[in-house]
Write a protein that binds this ligand. Sequence first.
Ligand SMILES: *Cc1c(COP(=O)(O)O)cnc(C)c1O
Length: 403
Amino acid sequence: MTSTTKVPFLDLVTPHQELKAELMQVVEKALGNAGFIGGPMVEDFEREFAKFCDTKYCVGVNSGTDALRFAFMAADVKPGEIIVTVSHTFIATTEAISQVGAHIAFVDINEQTYTMDPEKLREYLETRCEFDKTRGKLIEKASKRVVSAIVPVHLYGQTADMDPILDLASKYNLIVIEDACQAHGAEYFSGKEGVWKKAGTMGRAAAFSFYPGKNLGACGEAGAITTNDQEMAKRMKMIRDHGQAKKYYHDIEGYNGRLDSIQAGWLSVKLRHLAKWNESRRNLAHRYHELLTKVKDSVVIPVEASWTKGVYHLYVVRVQDREALQASLLEAGIGTGIHYPIPLHQQKAYEHLGHKAGDFPVTERIAREIVSLPMFPQLLYTQQDEVVSRVKDFLAATVVATR
Ligand SMILES: *Cc1c(COP(=O)(O)O)cnc(C)c1O
């Protein structure tokens, strides 16, 4: 953030200033009893976050990436098996897949929601794979590998379309692990069951990240896994703590993947404000929608499908020349971001998967056009007006120039 920044992309200073006294009490408490690992602050937060998410269990871990990895391990995904996800996500989703020795299979996203397209998932499962009845497993025809899990990503704070995804999963005996790292408190309306459901309650387990910039952020690294499955919760607790349920009795090899007590204490303080912060994000998003509809021919605003109640981790629009828009906003002291500029299947890290341009056309097109505008609960209407007026000026100028 430079001194000329009028509207930062994200303001992490203000919320922590506002909560400073409470946050410092957590530090005092931890220093007082030297309870830095585990203990009541972790257990309290786990109980509170499970309640917030409407799940029976929450297991605190040290990042969203490890949350995904531990969930795969606890669900018994085996090395060599295939996990299906989207290419339009943060690389942590697929890193966790590789870290358990599994293989990544991508499917394209829906052009309106930017989340996994259930039809593309069906196409992959039904044309590229076949069900082996004797083993009760789905096999990818070309590689002969077992397909074992699906990871829908609730991107930008909006849930994936879970009903059809869960139907396909149960039809083909696949585990669903939600990547809810951007969706703390988001909801999905299950038409099938006629009820609203929280992100994190719909799969076998779900991963949350508390990276500082997320809707609920720690003051450092942290994450959590939610589940309604007692056995899963028990296994994930062991995996995060060197495979032990009792100190120095190791049933399996695990990881050092615990949630720190101070982070848990800070998260408890901030969790009390999350519902209000999410409401503020929703309100700001709807205000952006309204202010930008007048120029809707030249900018694509987010679509909130009838089955989702988004928590707007990001407010992402699409324009023709997004680099020029970013430059113009930057000149006016307005910060922006791109989430994400290069689809995973086109990243150097995944060259070995052998994908080529055109494999996931919706993902590729969207990656060229998206820009994330300033979005955080403390964003002021005056700042938002400034962003919108600058976007409109830019669009008016480019329309004239291309005529
Ligand atoms: C942030 C994020 C992660 C990883 O979380 P970390 O806590 O940074 O490890 C995973 N998936 C998505 C979609 C994310 O946005």
